[in-house]
Ligand binder design. Structure first.
Ligand code: ATP
Length: 486
Protein backbone atom coordinates (compact mmCIF):
# COMPACT_ATOMS: atom_id res chain seq x y z
CA UNK A 1 0.00 0.00 0.00
CA UNK A 2 2.72 2.44 1.02
CA UNK A 3 5.17 1.41 -1.69
CA UNK A 4 3.02 0.50 -4.72
CA UNK A 5 6.02 0.91 -7.04
CA UNK A 6 8.10 -1.74 -5.31
CA UNK A 7 7.79 -5.44 -4.62
CA UNK A 8 9.49 -6.05 -1.28
CA UNK A 9 11.72 -9.12 -0.99
CA UNK A 10 14.20 -10.57 1.48
CA UNK A 11 15.97 -8.73 4.27
CA UNK A 12 19.49 -7.65 3.30
CA UNK A 13 20.60 -6.62 6.74
CA UNK A 14 19.91 -4.80 9.95
CA UNK A 15 21.57 -1.63 11.15
CA UNK A 16 21.32 -0.01 14.55
CA UNK A 17 18.13 1.81 13.57
CA UNK A 18 17.01 0.32 10.28
CA UNK A 19 16.14 -2.83 8.42
CA UNK A 20 17.26 -2.97 4.81
CA UNK A 21 15.17 -4.98 2.32
CA UNK A 22 15.77 -6.04 -1.23
CA UNK A 23 12.95 -4.95 -3.56
CA UNK A 24 12.01 -4.93 -7.24
CA UNK A 25 11.14 -1.64 -8.86
CA UNK A 26 7.92 -2.64 -10.58
CA UNK A 27 8.23 -0.31 -13.59
CA UNK A 28 11.75 -1.36 -14.62
CA UNK A 29 12.00 -4.74 -12.91
CA UNK A 30 15.40 -3.73 -11.49
CA UNK A 31 16.53 -4.36 -7.93
CA UNK A 32 16.78 -1.66 -5.29
CA UNK A 33 17.52 -1.66 -1.56
CA UNK A 34 14.96 -0.09 0.77
CA UNK A 35 16.04 1.10 4.18
CA UNK A 36 13.11 1.11 6.59
CA UNK A 37 13.44 3.39 9.57
CA UNK A 38 10.79 3.09 12.22
CA UNK A 39 9.98 6.48 13.72
CA UNK A 40 9.78 5.06 17.25
CA UNK A 41 13.32 3.68 16.94
CA UNK A 42 14.69 7.01 15.72
CA UNK A 43 12.77 9.25 18.09
CA UNK A 44 15.94 10.26 19.90
CA UNK A 45 16.59 13.74 18.54
CA UNK A 46 20.25 13.05 17.72
CA UNK A 47 19.41 9.89 15.81
CA UNK A 48 16.57 11.66 13.98
CA UNK A 49 18.88 14.52 12.99
CA UNK A 50 21.49 12.04 11.76
CA UNK A 51 18.90 10.27 9.61
CA UNK A 52 17.56 13.54 8.20
CA UNK A 53 21.04 14.85 7.48
CA UNK A 54 22.01 11.70 5.61
CA UNK A 55 18.80 11.83 3.56
CA UNK A 56 19.32 15.49 2.73
CA UNK A 57 22.96 15.07 1.72
CA UNK A 58 22.41 11.92 -0.32
CA UNK A 59 19.52 13.53 -2.16
CA UNK A 60 22.00 15.75 -3.98
CA UNK A 61 25.07 13.59 -4.34
CA UNK A 62 25.25 11.98 -7.76
CA UNK A 63 28.48 10.18 -8.38
CA UNK A 64 29.17 6.68 -9.69
CA UNK A 65 31.02 5.78 -6.50
CA UNK A 66 28.57 7.19 -3.99
CA UNK A 67 25.45 5.25 -3.15
CA UNK A 68 22.47 6.68 -5.01
CA UNK A 69 19.34 7.52 -3.07
CA UNK A 70 16.37 7.27 -5.47
CA UNK A 71 13.55 8.48 -3.29
CA UNK A 72 12.32 8.84 0.26
CA UNK A 73 8.78 7.95 1.22
CA UNK A 74 7.52 9.07 4.60
CA UNK A 75 4.54 7.72 6.51
CA UNK A 76 3.43 8.53 10.07
CA UNK A 77 5.15 5.33 11.29
CA UNK A 78 8.15 4.83 9.02
CA UNK A 79 10.63 6.43 6.66
CA UNK A 80 11.47 4.38 3.56
CA UNK A 81 14.71 5.27 1.83
CA UNK A 82 14.94 3.70 -1.61
CA UNK A 83 18.59 3.27 -2.65
CA UNK A 84 20.79 1.65 -5.19
CA UNK A 85 21.23 -2.06 -4.44
CA UNK A 86 24.85 -3.04 -3.90
CA UNK A 87 25.27 -6.75 -4.19
CA UNK A 88 28.70 -7.77 -2.98
CA UNK A 89 29.05 -6.37 0.52
CA UNK A 90 31.56 -4.36 2.48
CA UNK A 91 35.12 -3.59 1.45
CA UNK A 92 36.01 -4.59 5.01
CA UNK A 93 34.94 -8.21 4.43
CA UNK A 94 36.74 -8.23 1.09
CA UNK A 95 40.02 -7.18 2.72
CA UNK A 96 39.56 -9.69 5.54
CA UNK A 97 38.86 -12.44 3.00
CA UNK A 98 41.69 -11.58 0.60
CA UNK A 99 44.31 -10.27 2.99
CA UNK A 100 46.34 -7.53 1.38
CA UNK A 101 45.47 -6.63 -2.20
CA UNK A 102 47.91 -6.39 -5.08
CA UNK A 103 48.80 -2.75 -5.69
CA UNK A 104 47.00 -2.61 -9.06
CA UNK A 105 43.73 -3.82 -7.56
CA UNK A 106 44.11 -1.62 -4.48
CA UNK A 107 44.89 1.36 -6.67
CA UNK A 108 41.70 1.06 -8.72
CA UNK A 109 39.59 0.88 -5.57
CA UNK A 110 41.52 3.79 -4.10
CA UNK A 111 41.09 5.88 -7.26
CA UNK A 112 37.33 5.33 -7.06
CA UNK A 113 37.25 6.20 -3.36
CA UNK A 114 39.25 9.40 -3.91
CA UNK A 115 37.02 10.42 -6.83
CA UNK A 116 33.90 9.98 -4.65
CA UNK A 117 35.46 11.81 -1.69
CA UNK A 118 36.70 14.60 -3.96
CA UNK A 119 33.20 14.99 -5.36
CA UNK A 120 31.81 15.29 -1.82
CA UNK A 121 34.39 17.92 -0.89
CA UNK A 122 33.75 19.93 -4.04
CA UNK A 123 30.11 19.93 -3.07
CA UNK A 124 31.05 21.00 0.44
CA UNK A 125 30.22 17.70 2.05
CA UNK A 126 32.69 16.06 4.39
CA UNK A 127 31.99 12.41 5.16
CA UNK A 128 33.83 12.13 8.52
CA UNK A 129 33.37 8.38 8.89
CA UNK A 130 35.27 6.84 6.01
CA UNK A 131 36.28 3.25 6.71
CA UNK A 132 36.07 -0.06 4.81
CA UNK A 133 32.81 -0.90 6.63
CA UNK A 134 31.23 2.17 4.99
CA UNK A 135 32.46 1.31 1.53
CA UNK A 136 30.43 -1.27 -0.36
CA UNK A 137 31.48 -3.22 -3.43
CA UNK A 138 29.03 -3.93 -6.23
CA UNK A 139 28.96 -7.10 -8.30
CA UNK A 140 31.70 -5.72 -10.61
CA UNK A 141 33.80 -4.79 -7.59
CA UNK A 142 33.21 -1.09 -7.94
CA UNK A 143 33.19 1.15 -4.91
CA UNK A 144 30.05 2.71 -3.41
CA UNK A 145 30.60 5.04 -0.48
CA UNK A 146 27.74 4.79 2.02
CA UNK A 147 26.74 5.90 5.50
CA UNK A 148 26.67 9.67 5.39
CA UNK A 149 25.09 9.79 8.87
CA UNK A 150 28.10 11.59 10.34
CA UNK A 151 28.72 13.72 7.30
CA UNK A 152 28.16 17.43 7.35
CA UNK A 153 28.06 20.41 5.08
CA UNK A 154 31.07 22.69 5.23
CA UNK A 155 30.51 26.39 5.52
CA UNK A 156 33.22 28.84 4.65
CA UNK A 157 35.01 30.13 7.69
CA UNK A 158 33.41 27.57 9.99
CA UNK A 159 35.16 24.68 11.60
CA UNK A 160 33.93 21.41 12.93
CA UNK A 161 34.77 20.40 16.43
CA UNK A 162 32.70 17.26 16.68
CA UNK A 163 34.82 14.24 17.18
CA UNK A 164 33.32 11.54 15.04
CA UNK A 165 34.21 8.41 13.17
CA UNK A 166 35.85 5.22 14.23
CA UNK A 167 38.97 5.62 16.38
CA UNK A 168 41.24 3.60 14.07
CA UNK A 169 40.41 5.84 11.12
CA UNK A 170 40.17 9.17 12.98
CA UNK A 171 42.71 11.90 12.29
CA UNK A 172 44.95 13.14 15.16
CA UNK A 173 43.29 16.57 15.21
CA UNK A 174 39.87 14.91 15.56
CA UNK A 175 40.80 12.74 18.52
CA UNK A 176 42.59 15.71 20.11
CA UNK A 177 39.37 17.74 19.90
CA UNK A 178 40.96 20.42 17.71
CA UNK A 179 38.88 22.30 15.14
CA UNK A 180 39.12 21.05 11.57
CA UNK A 181 37.90 22.39 8.25
CA UNK A 182 36.80 18.99 6.93
CA UNK A 183 38.59 17.60 3.87
CA UNK A 184 41.82 16.94 5.77
CA UNK A 185 40.15 14.46 8.14
CA UNK A 186 38.67 12.50 5.22
CA UNK A 187 42.10 12.43 3.60
CA UNK A 188 43.60 10.95 6.77
CA UNK A 189 40.90 8.24 6.82
CA UNK A 190 41.57 7.52 3.14
CA UNK A 191 45.25 7.13 4.05
CA UNK A 192 44.31 4.54 6.67
CA UNK A 193 42.08 2.79 4.10
CA UNK A 194 44.89 2.79 1.53
CA UNK A 195 47.23 1.25 4.10
CA UNK A 196 44.59 -1.39 4.94
CA UNK A 197 44.09 -2.18 1.23
CA UNK A 198 47.79 -2.65 0.53
CA UNK A 199 48.91 -4.15 3.83
CA UNK A 200 45.82 -6.14 4.92
CA UNK A 201 45.98 -4.61 8.41
CA UNK A 202 45.53 -1.26 10.10
CA UNK A 203 48.38 1.22 10.52
CA UNK A 204 47.22 2.22 14.01
CA UNK A 205 45.83 -0.48 16.22
CA UNK A 206 45.73 -1.17 19.94
CA UNK A 207 43.14 -2.75 22.18
CA UNK A 208 43.76 0.00 24.67
CA UNK A 209 42.14 3.20 23.36
CA UNK A 210 44.51 5.69 25.07
CA UNK A 211 47.46 3.75 23.59
CA UNK A 212 45.77 3.79 20.18
CA UNK A 213 45.23 7.55 20.42
CA UNK A 214 48.86 8.09 21.38
CA UNK A 215 50.03 6.13 18.36
CA UNK A 216 47.75 8.17 16.10
CA UNK A 217 48.81 11.49 17.61
CA UNK A 218 52.47 10.57 17.18
CA UNK A 219 51.86 9.13 13.70
CA UNK A 220 53.49 5.88 14.85
CA UNK A 221 53.16 3.06 12.31
CA UNK A 222 55.40 0.89 10.17
CA UNK A 223 55.49 0.48 6.40
CA UNK A 224 56.02 -3.12 5.31
CA UNK A 225 58.83 -3.88 2.86
CA UNK A 226 56.55 -5.28 0.15
CA UNK A 227 55.14 -1.82 -0.63
CA UNK A 228 56.34 -0.21 -3.83
CA UNK A 229 58.49 2.90 -3.65
CA UNK A 230 55.60 5.15 -4.81
CA UNK A 231 53.14 3.67 -2.30
CA UNK A 232 55.71 4.15 0.46
CA UNK A 233 55.80 7.78 -0.53
CA UNK A 234 52.05 8.37 -0.78
CA UNK A 235 50.88 6.73 2.46
CA UNK A 236 53.05 8.86 4.79
CA UNK A 237 51.92 12.00 2.96
CA UNK A 238 48.31 11.10 3.74
CA UNK A 239 49.13 10.16 7.32
CA UNK A 240 50.87 13.44 8.17
CA UNK A 241 49.99 14.27 11.76
CA UNK A 242 50.07 18.01 11.02
CA UNK A 243 46.95 18.65 8.87
CA UNK A 244 48.46 21.71 7.25
CA UNK A 245 51.21 19.69 5.60
CA UNK A 246 48.99 16.68 4.87
CA UNK A 247 48.58 15.97 1.16
CA UNK A 248 45.45 17.42 -0.47
CA UNK A 249 43.26 15.68 -3.05
CA UNK A 250 44.63 17.74 -5.98
CA UNK A 251 48.11 16.63 -4.86
CA UNK A 252 47.01 12.99 -4.55
CA UNK A 253 45.81 13.30 -8.14
CA UNK A 254 49.32 14.41 -9.15
CA UNK A 255 51.02 11.59 -7.27
CA UNK A 256 52.74 9.00 -9.49
CA UNK A 257 51.27 6.04 -7.60
CA UNK A 258 47.72 7.33 -8.03
CA UNK A 259 48.08 7.98 -11.73
CA UNK A 260 49.10 4.52 -12.89
CA UNK A 261 46.35 2.86 -15.03
CA UNK A 262 43.80 5.50 -14.12
CA UNK A 263 40.48 5.00 -15.96
CA UNK A 264 39.56 7.92 -18.20
CA UNK A 265 36.48 8.95 -16.22
CA UNK A 266 38.48 9.02 -12.98
CA UNK A 267 41.29 11.08 -14.44
CA UNK A 268 39.15 14.23 -14.41
CA UNK A 269 37.99 15.92 -11.22
CA UNK A 270 34.18 15.54 -11.22
CA UNK A 271 33.17 19.18 -10.94
CA UNK A 272 35.32 20.38 -13.81
CA UNK A 273 32.44 19.05 -15.87
CA UNK A 274 29.84 21.75 -15.52
CA UNK A 275 27.58 21.24 -18.52
CA UNK A 276 24.35 19.60 -17.58
CA UNK A 277 23.62 16.75 -19.91
CA UNK A 278 21.45 13.72 -19.45
CA UNK A 279 21.70 10.33 -21.03
CA UNK A 280 19.61 10.31 -24.19
CA UNK A 281 19.47 6.51 -24.42
CA UNK A 282 18.16 6.24 -20.88
CA UNK A 283 15.62 8.99 -21.51
CA UNK A 284 14.44 7.03 -24.58
CA UNK A 285 14.18 3.90 -22.47
CA UNK A 286 12.04 5.75 -19.92
CA UNK A 287 9.87 7.15 -22.73
CA UNK A 288 9.37 3.64 -24.09
CA UNK A 289 8.13 2.58 -20.65
CA UNK A 290 5.48 5.32 -20.87
CA UNK A 291 6.96 8.50 -19.36
CA UNK A 292 6.64 11.82 -21.07
CA UNK A 293 9.98 13.02 -22.47
CA UNK A 294 9.39 16.68 -21.56
CA UNK A 295 8.45 15.77 -18.01
CA UNK A 296 11.56 13.60 -17.60
CA UNK A 297 13.93 16.28 -18.90
CA UNK A 298 12.30 19.05 -16.90
CA UNK A 299 12.21 17.01 -13.71
CA UNK A 300 15.84 15.95 -14.11
CA UNK A 301 16.92 19.53 -14.78
CA UNK A 302 15.05 20.81 -11.74
CA UNK A 303 16.06 17.86 -9.59
CA UNK A 304 12.49 16.98 -8.90
CA UNK A 305 11.98 13.58 -7.37
CA UNK A 306 9.09 11.80 -9.09
CA UNK A 307 8.36 8.48 -10.74
CA UNK A 308 10.02 9.62 -13.96
CA UNK A 309 13.32 10.62 -12.36
CA UNK A 310 13.39 7.59 -10.07
CA UNK A 311 12.94 5.41 -13.14
CA UNK A 312 15.62 7.30 -15.07
CA UNK A 313 18.24 6.83 -12.34
CA UNK A 314 17.33 3.18 -11.72
CA UNK A 315 17.74 2.50 -15.45
CA UNK A 316 21.04 4.42 -15.54
CA UNK A 317 22.51 2.57 -12.55
CA UNK A 318 21.36 -0.76 -13.87
CA UNK A 319 23.12 -0.16 -17.16
CA UNK A 320 26.31 0.65 -15.27
CA UNK A 321 25.88 -2.43 -13.11
CA UNK A 322 25.37 -4.73 -16.05
CA UNK A 323 27.91 -3.26 -18.46
CA UNK A 324 30.40 -1.82 -15.99
CA UNK A 325 29.52 1.34 -17.85
CA UNK A 326 31.81 3.95 -16.36
CA UNK A 327 32.95 5.86 -19.42
CA UNK A 328 33.70 9.52 -19.00
CA UNK A 329 30.72 10.70 -21.01
CA UNK A 330 28.30 8.67 -18.89
CA UNK A 331 29.92 10.10 -15.83
CA UNK A 332 29.34 13.62 -17.15
CA UNK A 333 25.66 12.94 -17.59
CA UNK A 334 24.98 12.49 -13.94
CA UNK A 335 26.47 15.75 -12.84
CA UNK A 336 25.16 19.24 -12.86
CA UNK A 337 25.94 22.38 -10.97
CA UNK A 338 22.64 22.80 -9.14
CA UNK A 339 23.71 21.33 -5.84
CA UNK A 340 27.00 23.10 -5.91
CA UNK A 341 25.55 26.53 -6.49
CA UNK A 342 22.80 25.99 -3.90
CA UNK A 343 25.33 25.21 -1.24
CA UNK A 344 27.63 28.01 -2.29
CA UNK A 345 24.73 30.40 -1.88
CA UNK A 346 24.06 29.07 1.59
CA UNK A 347 27.71 29.37 2.43
CA UNK A 348 27.87 32.95 1.20
CA UNK A 349 25.59 33.97 4.02
CA UNK A 350 28.07 33.05 6.67
CA UNK A 351 31.52 34.22 7.49
CA UNK A 352 33.09 37.52 6.63
CA UNK A 353 35.36 37.76 3.69
CA UNK A 354 37.44 40.64 2.53
CA UNK A 355 36.92 42.41 -0.75
CA UNK A 356 39.64 41.81 -3.30
CA UNK A 357 43.02 43.13 -2.27
CA UNK A 358 45.88 43.97 -4.52
CA UNK A 359 48.98 41.88 -4.76
CA UNK A 360 51.42 44.29 -3.22
CA UNK A 361 53.03 42.38 -0.46
CA UNK A 362 56.32 40.60 -0.57
CA UNK A 363 54.72 37.27 0.24
CA UNK A 364 51.01 37.76 0.59
CA UNK A 365 49.70 37.41 -2.90
CA UNK A 366 46.19 38.79 -2.71
CA UNK A 367 43.01 36.87 -2.18
CA UNK A 368 41.99 33.65 -3.78
CA UNK A 369 39.12 31.27 -3.36
CA UNK A 370 39.61 28.25 -1.17
CA UNK A 371 37.51 26.01 -3.38
CA UNK A 372 39.05 26.21 -6.81
CA UNK A 373 35.85 25.44 -8.72
CA UNK A 374 34.18 28.69 -7.79
CA UNK A 375 36.47 31.58 -8.59
CA UNK A 376 33.93 34.14 -7.33
CA UNK A 377 35.00 33.50 -3.76
CA UNK A 378 37.45 35.66 -1.94
CA UNK A 379 37.94 34.22 1.46
CA UNK A 380 41.18 35.33 2.95
CA UNK A 381 44.80 36.16 2.42
CA UNK A 382 46.76 33.81 0.26
CA UNK A 383 50.44 33.35 0.85
CA UNK A 384 53.24 31.19 -0.45
CA UNK A 385 55.43 31.60 2.59
CA UNK A 386 56.10 28.70 4.94
CA UNK A 387 53.12 28.25 7.33
CA UNK A 388 55.32 28.87 10.39
CA UNK A 389 56.56 32.11 8.85
CA UNK A 390 53.01 33.22 8.07
CA UNK A 391 51.96 32.52 11.64
CA UNK A 392 54.96 34.44 12.98
CA UNK A 393 53.91 37.47 10.92
CA UNK A 394 50.34 37.04 12.16
CA UNK A 395 51.43 36.93 15.81
CA UNK A 396 53.64 40.01 15.35
CA UNK A 397 50.76 41.93 13.78
CA UNK A 398 48.39 40.91 16.55
CA UNK A 399 50.92 41.88 19.19
CA UNK A 400 51.38 45.33 17.63
CA UNK A 401 47.61 45.79 17.62
CA UNK A 402 47.36 44.70 21.25
CA UNK A 403 45.09 41.84 20.36
CA UNK A 404 44.88 39.01 22.91
CA UNK A 405 44.90 35.52 21.50
CA UNK A 406 44.57 31.91 22.48
CA UNK A 407 46.06 29.14 20.37
CA UNK A 408 43.52 26.45 19.58
CA UNK A 409 45.86 24.62 17.27
CA UNK A 410 49.13 25.42 15.51
CA UNK A 411 47.23 27.25 12.79
CA UNK A 412 44.03 28.26 14.50
CA UNK A 413 43.75 31.05 17.03
CA UNK A 414 40.93 32.74 18.89
CA UNK A 415 41.39 36.48 19.27
CA UNK A 416 39.96 39.20 21.45
CA UNK A 417 40.47 42.91 20.95
CA UNK A 418 39.16 45.64 23.19
CA UNK A 419 38.67 49.20 21.94
CA UNK A 420 38.13 51.83 24.57
CA UNK A 421 36.05 54.82 23.43
CA UNK A 422 36.09 57.79 25.67
CA UNK A 423 33.05 59.83 24.81
CA UNK A 424 34.32 62.87 26.69
CA UNK A 425 37.69 63.20 25.08
CA UNK A 426 38.22 66.65 23.60
CA UNK A 427 40.07 67.34 20.38
CA UNK A 428 43.41 67.73 22.15
CA UNK A 429 42.82 64.31 23.72
CA UNK A 430 42.35 65.71 27.22
CA UNK A 431 39.49 64.37 29.29
CA UNK A 432 37.28 67.41 29.86
CA UNK A 433 35.55 66.35 33.00
CA UNK A 434 36.86 63.36 34.89
CA UNK A 435 33.62 62.96 36.79
CA UNK A 436 31.55 62.59 33.62
CA UNK A 437 33.94 60.55 31.50
CA UNK A 438 32.14 57.56 29.97
CA UNK A 439 34.52 54.79 29.19
CA UNK A 440 32.79 52.32 26.88
CA UNK A 441 34.85 49.35 25.78
CA UNK A 442 33.95 47.52 22.60
CA UNK A 443 35.00 43.90 22.44
CA UNK A 444 35.65 42.22 19.11
CA UNK A 445 36.13 38.49 19.06
CA UNK A 446 37.42 36.80 15.94
CA UNK A 447 39.12 33.63 14.77
CA UNK A 448 42.06 33.15 12.46
CA UNK A 449 42.75 29.91 10.63
CA UNK A 450 45.46 29.04 8.16
CA UNK A 451 44.45 26.52 5.49
CA UNK A 452 46.42 24.74 2.87
CA UNK A 453 44.98 25.53 -0.57
CA UNK A 454 47.43 23.57 -2.69
CA UNK A 455 51.11 22.64 -2.61
CA UNK A 456 52.97 25.64 -1.19
CA UNK A 457 49.89 27.91 -1.05
CA UNK A 458 48.17 28.82 2.17
CA UNK A 459 45.09 30.84 2.96
CA UNK A 460 44.55 32.88 6.08
CA UNK A 461 40.87 33.10 6.89
CA UNK A 462 39.60 35.72 9.32
CA UNK A 463 36.17 35.43 10.83
CA UNK A 464 34.30 37.69 13.19
CA UNK A 465 32.76 35.80 16.09
CA UNK A 466 31.34 38.66 18.12
CA UNK A 467 31.27 42.45 18.19
CA UNK A 468 30.14 45.24 15.86
CA UNK A 469 30.86 44.58 12.19
CA UNK A 470 32.21 48.01 11.29
CA UNK A 471 34.67 48.09 14.14
CA UNK A 472 35.71 44.57 13.12
CA UNK A 473 36.35 45.88 9.62
CA UNK A 474 38.45 48.73 11.06
CA UNK A 475 40.43 46.16 12.95
CA UNK A 476 40.88 44.09 9.77
CA UNK A 477 42.24 47.14 7.97
CA UNK A 478 44.70 47.73 10.81
CA UNK A 479 45.66 44.04 10.76
CA UNK A 480 46.23 44.03 7.00
CA UNK A 481 48.27 47.22 7.32
CA UNK A 482 50.42 45.54 9.96
CA UNK A 483 50.94 42.59 7.62
CA UNK A 484 51.97 45.01 4.89
CA UNK A 485 49.12 44.04 2.59
CA UNK A 486 47.53 47.48 2.53
P1 ATP B 1 24.68 1.09 11.59
O1 ATP B 1 23.31 1.60 11.38
O2 ATP B 1 24.85 0.44 12.91
O3 ATP B 1 25.75 2.09 11.27
P2 ATP B 1 24.79 -0.09 9.01
O4 ATP B 1 25.31 1.19 8.47
O5 ATP B 1 25.38 -1.36 8.47
O6 ATP B 1 24.92 -0.12 10.59
P3 ATP B 1 22.30 0.10 7.60
O7 ATP B 1 22.77 1.19 6.71
O8 ATP B 1 20.96 0.22 8.19
O9 ATP B 1 23.23 -0.11 8.84
O10 ATP B 1 22.42 -1.26 6.79
C1 ATP B 1 22.17 -2.51 7.37
C2 ATP B 1 22.71 -3.59 6.46
O11 ATP B 1 21.95 -3.64 5.26
C3 ATP B 1 24.15 -3.37 6.00
O12 ATP B 1 25.07 -3.90 6.89
C4 ATP B 1 24.19 -4.07 4.65
O13 ATP B 1 24.45 -5.44 4.84
C5 ATP B 1 22.77 -3.93 4.14
N1 ATP B 1 22.66 -2.82 3.18
C6 ATP B 1 22.52 -1.51 3.48
N2 ATP B 1 22.42 -0.77 2.38
C7 ATP B 1 22.49 -1.62 1.35
C8 ATP B 1 22.45 -1.47 -0.08
N3 ATP B 1 22.30 -0.27 -0.63
N4 ATP B 1 22.55 -2.58 -0.84
C9 ATP B 1 22.71 -3.79 -0.27
N5 ATP B 1 22.75 -4.01 1.05
C10 ATP B 1 22.64 -2.94 1.86
Amino acid sequence: MVLPNYKIGKTLGHGSFATVKLADHVVTGHKVAIKILNRVKIKDIKVYETVQREIKILRFLMHPHIIRQYEVIETPDDIYVVMEYVKSGELFDYIVQKGRLQEDEGRLLFQQIISGVEYCHRNKVVHRDLKPENILLDSKRNIKIVDFGLSNVMQDGHFFKTSCGSPNYAAPEVISGKPYAGPEVDIWSCGVILYALLCGRLPFDDENIPNLFNKIKRGEYTLPDHLSYAARDLIPRMLMVDPIVRISIPEIRQHPWFNIHIPRYLAVPPLDISAQKFDEEIIQEAVSIGFDRKEIVESLSNRIQNEATVTYYILLDNRRRVHGDYSQSKFKDTLDGTFDSTLHMAASQVGYSFPALVDNHRRTTGLGSRIKVDKKWTLGLQSQAHPREIMNDVFKALQNLKVFWKKIGDYNIKCRWVRIHNNNISEDNMIEDDECAIISPTVIKFELQLYKVSEGKYLLDIQRVDGPQFIFLDLCVAFLTELGVM
